[in-house]
Design a protein around this ligand. Sequence first.
Ligand SMILES: Nc1ncnc2c1ncn2[C@@H]1O[C@H](COP(=O)(O)OP(=O)(O)OP(=O)(O)O)[C@@H](O)[C@H]1O
Ligand SMILES: [Mg+2]
Length: 307
Amino acid sequence: MSDEGKVISFINMKGGVGKTTLTKEIGYHLATVKNLKVLLVDVDPQINLTQSVFRKFGFAPSESIAHSMEKSEETGSYRNIKVTKASIQNILNGNISNQNPTSDYTKAIVDIPNTNLSIIPDEFGLDFTNRNLNGGQLENGLYNFIYKNNLKNKFDYILIDCPPTYSSYTISALKPSDYYIIPVRPEAYSILGVNMLEEVIKQIKNENEVYFRDRSLRNLGIILSGVKENARKGIENLIEDIVSSSVLKDNNIEIFKNRFLYNPSLQSNMAYFITDGRAEKISKPNLNDLTNELLSRIKHMEGEKNE
Ligand SMILES: Nc1ncnc2c1ncn2[C@@H]1O[C@H](COP(=O)(O)OP(=O)(O)OP(=O)(O)O)[C@@H](O)[C@H]1O
Ligand SMILES: [Mg+2]
């Protein structure tokens, strides 16, 4: 396996399937338990990933938000919320020169103190896809930033949380990605979403052939998410339908053996991270198994590539 860091997008055109939650939980587990250098990237204007990380580690995008966070009961334990102007928008709107590594880094990346974790945050409501902006910059910005700043040598894993839409944001996330993972909730039409995603990815690969000539964008598999340990028969039947569907066979998509188990704490508190949960007798080993499976899949696929 090459020592270069790997870029992985968590993507599904369907909303609410666990993209953000898996990005943050797997990322934080890799950084803390596995002691690897991890960069999280938020390319979703809903900024759920940014909010989770900012709340947990005491960051805010402005003085006024910092002030209200300091006063809020939820984050009452914080004393000094740190204000950061770092944002992926600086990358996507051409605000970064790619010539001054130090200032470029701080315009985009927040290193979380005393951890192996960093994040490129997004800003709320800034959806440049609707503006008359240079599409090339938007779609190539993240790719250029990662390569020009040598981020694959600085980080072991770069995990990108994608929006549930097909836009320039999706393309900007997939261009630098080595792999993508599809979180899927077992529901009636889940497989249609996977089919649509595969079509979109084929199209993106076709239209951006030069980017994927030397390193292909490969599907690491589906992670079934939010499934209870002893799921009802109906849910197991839905999963069976997904497992046996022709979409998976035709596209050579595998399903992770480990499912991401249902955990209600994730819903009630956005600053909750399983790895730091006190009484996580089921979810902690589950996250560990899931992450190990992810690492071994990558190792396997890297081996195949070098054969
Ligand atoms: N394993 C889980 N157990 C319980 N709840 C979960 C689990 N994973 C995610 N959730 C909850 O489900 C909701 C949707 O999850 P999440 O935000 O990760 O999905 P998403 O795919 O990123 O959504 P979007 O498409 O809107 O970006 C959130 O409220 C989250 O807390
Ligand atoms: Mg999300």
